[in-house]
Design a protein around this ligand. Sequence first.
Ligand SMILES: [Fe+2]
Length: 382
Amino acid sequence: MKAFFDASDVRIEEFEQLCSQAVSLSDYPHAAGIESNVLIYESAALRALIGEEEAERALLSELNKCLRSGPGVLVIRSMYNDHSVIDASTKLFKDIVREEREQGFGLGDHFGNNERIWNSFQKVCIKDPKTFVAYYGNPLLGLVATAWLGPFYQITAQVNNVKPGSKAQSPHRDYHLGFQASDDVIRFPAPIQIMSQYLTLQGAIAHTNMPLESGPTLLLPFSQQYPPGYIAYVHPEFVDYFNANCVQLPLQKGDGLFFSPALFHGAGTNHSTSDRLANLLQVSSAFGRPMESIDTQCMINAVYPVILDMKREKGIKDRFLNDILAAIADGYSFPTNLDTDPPKGGYAPIPEKQLVLRAIEDLWPPEKLRDALKDYAGRRRA
Ligand SMILES: [Fe+2]
């Protein structure tokens, strides 16, 4: 594999070949069936294996295979067989949406008139710890997260209520690189692009029945296997191929859908007269964190006057500036608080490094940057 992908590495024929594979049920002995190349698991069958050491390990292997070298997507039917947990959560979601609207919150929704709750995970936890424990203590959630990420992970969640008439999304991949502009994606080495899919698990819990006319997620099985997919998904021929070949599965309230973040997918058009309500989960690997915690604010405040002096005295090269800021300032937008630090133009919020670059460009006095960094950190706090 090349160290860096470029535009010439994107070939629709290779993508078509990958996405033309068919799933064989004999490769997935724990699955209850296959619908449109998506593996279907029954909640009761999986629950029966939890705690049975060898059987559980075989199941974890199977789920991992499905997400990595299989179709990349699976459904757990009746993952929440006790609908009272779902209904209690749905009620909390509605309360939160109403309260946030009253407070002028709920910004950053890229779905137009739809309703979005950022960090529904923490908001539900604080509002109703009992419901939270019943919801996130679901052993099937831990099972599928462990199958993909191993034993250490962090859950985040956003609620998405898609109103009747809401249009389909264009196909995309998800967090991490799915949130970066194409110009930035191409600067990441190919192995990092591929590896990044192993750092997150995407999930959606259905809080309403989702018949096909309500527009459940459009999915392209096997598309997660395409190495330059983070570059390819915006290309018109890939969009056309997706639109011609994607599949859609009706979901029932309480079902769970899980997929690799590298799977090409998108929300469908809601042609029905009802809302389509899902709690979207990202489960993140514990890896990707540094070994020591660094106070970037205090380091930037210390270094900034030195950089300003250098700039005033003999100018400063962009490359040098980039390298020193890459060392001390956070170059990545996440994790953040998406209510108060919303995405800009559909992409990631501005990282700390950009803020410092602006300060240097405009020769802010150190106190101004100090205050801006403090505000910035405050905006990003959960
Ligand atoms: Fe997505």
